[in-house]
Each structure stands twice: as structure tokens, then as C-alpha cells.
Design a binder for this molecule. Structure first.
Ligand SMILES: Nc1nc2c(c(=O)[nH]1)N[C@H]1C(S)=C(S)[C@@H](COP(=O)(O)OP(=O)(O)OC[C@H]3O[C@@H](n4cnc5c(=O)[nH]c(N)nc54)[C@H](O)[C@@H]3O)O[C@H]1N2
Ligand SMILES: Nc1nc2c(c(=O)[nH]1)N[C@H]1C(S)=C(S)[C@@H](COP(=O)(O)OP(=O)(O)OC[C@H]3O[C@@H](n4cnc5c(=O)[nH]c(N)nc54)[C@H](O)[C@@H]3O)O[C@H]1N2
Ligand SMILES: [Mo]
Length: 715
């Protein structure tokens, strides 16, 4: 999130695309509705469904799932054709604009209508609203990402904001409302398979950096891997761990024998029936969770251990909010029912694996020393200025911060921003409330765009050479260099701002009024991606095979996160004949994720006791289906669920929607008897993910759980 939830109060218009914040981020509505009421800011909601957020919108745009990139490129095209782009901003701070604009011309309003189902006149009308009401705050959530072109879609969102000149401005920005509590922190620590913490990647220099932070010998680290190639190779993703066992798609490493799930709902994986098959085959499954979770019930072999851990109320430590704020949590009660804190379980595991002398030798006081260690290493994102003492001071004085600006007025935190939003470069820095804002000095929380990709580039697409640094005279106030500059290095010989643990490099940059990471342009062209400029590609399983010639998918990608991944070989033009409905999935306010927590809460279970599928009344009438009756939903991958019909105009005639919070029943068989006695959730049902299709983003491997095809029939 470039801005913050609170900063949305300054928006002059808002666009939510693939976000149902009214159900999934209800607290944010406080700020969204403030902007609507006080600034008279229009709210545009782009969603295949008329959601609870759409009910608060001024403009609802119904879109066919998986076609957002075409819509956004269409908006960009209309904006440029009418000369509504922010020319000064683009000239000063954007790279690759020409190449991108050329691609956008293909997406005329009529072509956008053909692809997305949004009337051409609406495309032009929405573009005009955005042009006339700047700055716009743009929010996307999972409706934008869970597609095989999710990374192109999200890049298109960012480019739209660049074209309108809405980046680095209060009331503007790209504001991705994050998922779980502390998921921003989890992402920053990279609890993922493709990078070391803080986005350092897996290069040799990255390993050496973290070895220095952990005070672990680099050669010892190398000796832990079969070879150096494996050390630098991305691992399996959570979305496809089960391929390591089932190998329906060929894998490129040893088969998996054991699985440790630490706070994971299991039924959150697409093609869930394949997950169950893998769970049964594994030699060892360990679950660390406050609840037994579905894995415990659904696994039929006796290979499973449950390690009950405490919840957030029974532990303390630092967490990172969606607005990049670091916050301190105090323990409310001691762990109940003999559960242990996550820290204790982790320590016990590390001790038994024999690594405690390596990784725990500098951790004396838990959790303060952990926060300090991750801050010491995470220089890339400026986690070093937020010491436990400062974070606790913010918690104790939260009432001194202004709701509009997030800045403290007087008191012990005077002038600082709440939670010292990262990057917070030094222990004197106030935090960065808005990323890429050049109206303030870097020492006061301003920043330019980051220089990461060299200083000049010749585009492969056009052969044009362009300087990647910001234009002359474009910089934060007080900058010693009046214009673009490269990242800082060699202040301490042999290091750069990311690897200099003394932090002298960072300090010297700030003293000179400059950003440690340089002052560059934001890129519209990513020359290392398969689509250098975002383009539309039809969902793998699409209801529009007539578009495959022009907007087909990628070639299959072998050895992608260690798994051969299918694209073209999945895009079968005949599939729609047998599976004519588009399936999309998501959330409801009453439940959370896989539902282990909320279906174990009797009040929430009472509010939403049933698994259901949303079906349009016309579709239901044509099939003779009544509200509350059971229907079968079947996927092309062999998954099949029997669920209750919720007949509603929220969805159109070609689309169905299922929440993914249920579990306990799999293709008609119920497993709730397998929970430890007294631990089965109050309510259970089929999992939507038994019907989600094959499909993974070409860059991130996120599962395509928001588009796909299915068959619907009366049960
Ligand atoms: N109550 C509750 N709150 C939650 C969660 C929860 O489970 N329950 N989960 C948390 C987590 S982990 C996350 S990641 C966030 C997610 O928050 P959201 O992303 O808002 O949640 P979803 O309901 O999955 O999807 C949002 C919307 O995307 C729409 N959509 C589907 N396909 C498309 C498409 O192709 N294009 C567009 N434009 N829209 C599409 C869906 O109809 C849905 O209304 O919520 C967090 N908050
Ligand atoms: N079809 C479909 N599938 C989806 C999605 C979708 O929109 N549609 N969304 C995807 C997204 S965005 C997400 S984030 C995933 C979510 O999927 P999961 O993360 O698998 O789902 P949750 O149920 O939120 O799982 C969190 C688990 O953590 C446990 N937990 C809570 N607090 C603690 C704690 O302090 N310590 C430990 N150790 N455990 C704790 C909970 O009891 C729960 O079992 O689902 C993904 N899957
Ligand atoms: Mo999420």
C-alpha cells in the first residue's frame, strides 16, 4: 500500500477493483465513506458481483472475471486519446510511457466491451470521472490478483495511476488492502519460497548478507544444500506444494515426504481434492495452529501431529499493518488450554533440529531481540528505525496521533507518523506515510521512485533508449543532487545501502537530503517479464474461445518454481461446451479463510451456517432450481460439490460465486468425526476449492481462484 487507510480520507475519487472492502476490510469503510461524504468523492466499484461495497458505490461496473487488464488498458487509452494524462508528471518521473501508450491503443472502448462485457460508453464515462476527480485512490484486492495474468493486471493498475499523476500524492496511490492480520509483516519477512527476508532474493550476495545478520558462517550455510544451484533456486509455492507429492505435473526436485503447516487453513488451496490425496500419501504432517484445522480431519493415514499454539491475545511482539505501520502487541492472557506460543514452538523445533547454536545465540529477550534482528537485516525496506522501544512508545501514545495525517501533535512522539510506516531509515526518522512523495524531504518522510534497474535502457520493443533516472530538477526538497541519481554504494567500501550493516550509507544519504535507493522513474515496461507491457490474455479456462487467437495464454512453462506449469496445453476451446458457467470465489464478512477459527465460533456460525453458491434468478429459473435447494457444481479437474443455491442478482446469468470458508465435507463424504473429541467446528460443508480450476500466475504462481469454468446441475 503506497498510502494508508487514513489517507483515503483525502481522495477526490476512489476506484475499487476486485475488492469487497465492506465485507473484508470493514474498518476501512470509516475512511472511504468519509471521503465520499466530506469530499463528495465518487466511489467506483468494478466487480463481477454486486457486492456490499457496490451497494455503497456511486458507480458499479460489472466485469467478466479475469478481464481487468483489458478494462484498465482501455481506460488508459481513452485518457491518452483525450489528452487527460498528467504530462508534467510523466515527463519528470515515468519511463516507457511511449511503448505502453502504443500497446494501449489496441484497447478501444469497443474492444474493451467485447472482452470485458462493460459497455463502451461506460469505459469512456469512468475514464472521465477519474480525469475530473484527482487524486484517485485505487484499491485492488484478490479479484485483481488470482488469475494467470494477475501480475499484468496489477501492473496495469499502477500504470493507470502513473498516467493520471496520482502517485506520491495524498489522496492518491495504489492501496492494496492486505489480507490476514500481519500479512504485510509476513510478506516483508518473505514467508514464501522465492526470496530471503525483505525482498533480498536468493543470490549469493543475499545469502551472505543474511548470514552476516544472523552471525552464521556462509560456508556452513552452503553445506546445508545439496549444491549451490539448489541454494539459489525458488522453492515450491504454497499454492502447489501437493505437486511435490502427487506429481501430476512433473517436479524438479526430490519428492516431498513431510509437511509442516504453520497457521494454514488447508482448504485454501485450489483443486482441494488433490491436496487431500497428497496429505494421505505423506509420511509426516505437522500442524501448528490454535485449532486442529481441516488437515487433521481430512487426512486418513495416521501420519499427523497437532501442536496447539496460542493466539495473538496470548503472546506479544511486533506486527505490520496494511498501512506499513509497525505496531506492538501486548499479551492479554497467558496461553490457555496448555497451548504454547509460536515463539516457543519455533525454538523447540530449532533446538531439536540442532540449529539453536546458530540461529538463537543472539536472541536473549523474546520478542524484542527478534524485532531488532529483523530490523538490522531488512535495510531494503527501512525496518531499521523502528526499534521495540519506539514501537512501544507509539502504542502507549496512540491518542496523540492525528486521524487525518497520522502525525503526532506534541507529546513524546511529536512529528512522527503512527507506527513509523516503512521505510523508516534511522532511529530519528519519522517513517514514510506516503511512498514516492517528493513534496517533503527524505528526512521528513518523503521519497522519490527507486532506482533498481540501471540508469539507462534501450527498450527491446521499440529500440528506443531512455534514461531511467528522474528528470533534471525533479527531487525531494533539500536534495544535494537536483534531479535523478543512482543508488548509494561504496560509502563503506565493498558494500551498498542494502548490505552496509553499520548503516553509515543510509545515514549519509539522508544527511545529503537524498534517498539511499536513488531517484529514478517508475517503469511502464518490464523487460524481464513475458509481457513487457501488460496485455489481456484470456483465462486458461475461458467462456470465450473465440478470443484465443488474439488473446491466447502463454506457452507452457517448465520448471517454474520447481514444477512444470501448463498454460497453452490447458487452454482447450471445447471446454466451455461441457462447462458453460464461469466460477468465481471469495469471502463473506462472517467467516475467515478456511474457516477453522470462525466456524468454531458459535455466534459467527449462527450468522452464516451454510455453504452456498450464488446463482442468478434467470439461470436458476431455467434450470428449475429454487432458493435453498441443493445443486451440483463440477469442475473440469474432477472436483464436484453439492451445495445450497442462493438465488440472487448479485451475479449475472453466466457466473456463479462460492465463498471458500467451508470444509469438512469432500465430494459428499463427511470427515468431521475425525476431529479430536469436542473440537469439530460448529458448522461444516463442501469446500469451494474442490471446484476451482487449474491455473497459476506466470510470475507469482498465485492460484487462479477467481476465474475458471464449471458445470451446474440440479441435485
Ligand atoms: N471477513 C473476512 N475478511 C477478510 C478475509 C476473510 O476471509 N473474511 N480474508 C482476508 C484476506 S486473506 C484477504 S486476501 C482479503 C481479500 O479481500 P478481497 O479481495 O476483497 O476478497 P474476495 O472476496 O476474495 O474478493 C474480492 C472481490 O473480487 C471479486 N472478483 C472476482 N473475480 C474478479 C475479477 O476477475 N475482477 C474483478 N475486478 N473482481 C473480481 C469478487 O466478486 C469479490 O467481490 O480479505 C481479508 N479480510
Ligand atoms: N477459492 C479461493 N481460495 C483462496 C482464496 C480465494 O479468494 N478463493 N484466497 C486465498 C488467500 S488470499 C489466502 S490469504 C488464503 C488463506 O488461506 P489460509 O491462510 O490457509 O486460511 P486461514 O483460515 O486464514 O488460515 C489461517 C490459520 O491460521 C491459524 N491461526 C490463527 N492465529 C494463529 C497464530 O497466532 N499462530 C498460528 N500458528 N496459527 C494461527 C488459524 O486457526 C487458521 O487455521 O486462501 C487462499 N485461497
Ligand atoms: Mo489473503
Amino acid at each position: 500500500m503506497t498510502n494508508s487507510l487514513n489517507d483515503i480520507r483525502h481522495a477526490k475519487s476512489m476506484i475499487f477493483i476486485g475488492s469487497n472492502a465492506a465485507e473484508n476490510h470493514p474498518v476501512s469503510l470509516l475512511h472511504i465513506l468519509h471521503a465520499k461524504e466530506v469530499n463528495n468523492a465518487p466511489i467506483i466499484v468494478v466487480d463481477p458481483r454486486f457486492t456490499k461495497l457496490a451497494a455503497k458505490a456511486t458507480d458499479f461496473v460489472r466485469i467478466r472475471p479475469g478481464t481487468d487488464c483489458a478494462f484498465i488498458m482501455g481506460l488508459i487509452n481513452v485518457i491518452i486519446q483525450n489528452g487527460w494524462q498528467d504530462k508534467a508528471f510523466i515527463d519528470a518521473r515515468v519511463a516507457g510511457f511511449q511503448e505502453m501508450a502504443e500497446v494501449a491503443t489496441q484497447y478501444t472502448p469497443e474492444e474493451v466491451e467485447n472482452i470485458t462485457g462493460i459497455p463502451a460508453s461506460e469505459v469512456t464515462r469512468i475514464a472521465k470521472i477519474l480525469a475530473n476527480n484527482r487524486p484517485t485512490s485505487l484499491t485492488w484486492c484478490m479479484g485483481g490478483t488470482q488469475h494467470h495474468i494477475g501480475s499484468s493486471i496489477t501492473r496495469a493498475f499502477c500504470i493507470l495511476q502513473l498516467v493520471l499523476g496520482n502517485m506520491g500524492k495524498s489522496g492518491g496511490g495504489t492501496n492494496i488492502f492486505r489480507g490476514h492480520d500481519n500479512v504485510q509483516g509476513a510478506t516483508d519477512m518473505c514467508v514464501l519460497s522465492h526470496s530471503l527476508p525483505a525482498y533480498y532474493g536468493l543470490a549469493e550476495g543475499s545469502w551472505k548478507h543474511w548470514c552476516r545478520v544472523w552471525d552464521v558462517d556462509y560456508d556452513w550455510m552452503v553445506s546445508r544444500f545439496p549444491d549451490k544451484e539448489m541454494m539459489g533456486k525458488k522453492g515450491f509455492t504454497l499454492a502447489r506444494w501437493y505437486e511435490g507429492v502427487n506429481q501430476d505435473d512433473k517436479i524438479h526436485q526430490q519428492p516431498l515426504k513431510a509437511l509442516l503447516q504453520w497457521g494454514c487453513g488447508t482448504n485454501s488451496n485450489s483443486q482441494f481434492h488433490k491436496v487431500k490425496k497428497a496429505l494421505d500419501k505423506l509420511e509426516l504432517v505437522v500442524i501448528v495452529d490454535p485449532f486442529p484445522t481441516l488437515a487433521a480431519a481430512i487426512t486418513e493415514s495416521d501420519n499427523i501431529y497437532l501442536l496447539p499454539c496460542s493466539s495473538q491475545y496470548e503472546t506479544s511482539g511486533s506486527v505490520t499493518s496494511t498501512s506499513r505501520q509497525i505496531q506492538w502487541r501486548d499479551k492479554i492472557v497467558e496461553p490457555v488450554h496448555g497451548s504454547k506460543e509460536d515463539y516457543d514452538i519455533m525454538k523447540g523445533l530449532v533446538e531439536r533440529l540442532g540449529f539453536a547454536d546458530k540461529f538463537y545465540k543472539n536472541i536473549k529477550q523474546v520478542p524484542e531481540d527478534i524485532t531488532l534482528e529483523l530490523g538490522k537485516g531488512s535495510l531494503t525496506i527501512g525496518y531499521n528505525g523502528q526499534t521495540p522501544d519506539r514501537i512501544k512508545k507509539h502504542k502507549d501514545n496512540w491518542h496523540t496521533f492525528d486521524i487525518d495525517t497520522l502525525q503526532a501533535k506534541g507529546g513524546p512522539c511529536d512529528g512522527e507518523y503512527f507506527g513509523m510506516p516503512w521505510p523508516c531509515w534511522t532511529t530519528e526518522h519519522p517513517g514514510t506515510p506516503i511512498l514516492y512523495d517528493i513534496s517533503k524531504s527524505v528526512a521528513e518522510g518523503g521519497l522519490p521512485f527507486r532506482n533498481r534497474f540501471g540508469q539507462s535502457t534501450t527498450y527491446i520493443m521499440s529500440g528506443r533508449e531512455e534514461n531511467q533516472l528522474a528528470a533534471e530538477g525533479v527531487c525531494n526538497p533539500g536534495s544535494e543532487v537536483k534531479g535523478g541519481y543512482a543508488e548509494f554504494k561504496d560509502v563503506v567500501p565493498g558494500t551498498n545501502w542494502k548490505t552496509d550493516l553499520s548503516q553509515e550509507t543510509i545515514k549519509s544519504a539522508i544527511e545529503r537530503g537524498m534517498a539511499p535507493f536513488g531517484n529514478a522513474r517508475a517503469r511502464c515496461v518490464v523487460w524481464t517479464f513475458p509481457d513487457q507491457v501488460p496485455i489481456h490474455r484470456e483465462p486458461l479456462h475461458s467462456p470465450r474461445p473465440d478470443l484465443f487467437d488474439k488473446y491466447g495464454t502463454y506457452d507452457d512453462k517448465p520448471n517454474h518454481y520447481r514444477v512444470d506449469t501448463q498454460y497453452k496445453s490447458q487452454q482447450d476451446p471445447n471446454l466451455v461446451k461441457e462447462f458453460p458457467f464461469v466460477i468465481t470465489t471469495g469471502r463473506t464478512v462472517e467467516h475467515m479463510g478456511g474457516g477453522a477459527e470462525t466456524r468454531s465460533n458459535k455466534y459467527l456460525s449462527e450468522l452464516q451456517p451454510d455453504m452456498y453458491v450464488e446463482i442468478n434468478p434467470t439461470t436458476a429459473n431455467n434450470m428449475g432450481i429454487r432458493e435453498g435447494e441443493d445443486v451440483w457444481i463440477e469442475s473440469p479437474e474432477g472436483g464436484k460439490v453439492k451445495v445450497m443455491a442462493k438465488v440472487t442478482e448479485r451475479v449475472d446469468e453466466k457466473t456463479i460465486f462460492m465463498p471458500f470458508h467451508f470444509g469438512g465435507t469432500l465430494m459428499g463424504q463427511t470427515f468431521t468425526g475425525n476431529y479430536p473429541e469436542g473440537h469439530a467446528p460448529y458448522v461444516f460443508g463442501e469446500s469451494a476449492n474442490t471446484c476451482t480450476n487449474y491455473g497459476y500466475d506466470i510470475i507469482t504462481q498465485i492460484q487462479a481462484t477467481k476465474d475458471g469454468l464449471c458445470k451446474v446441475s440440479k441435485a
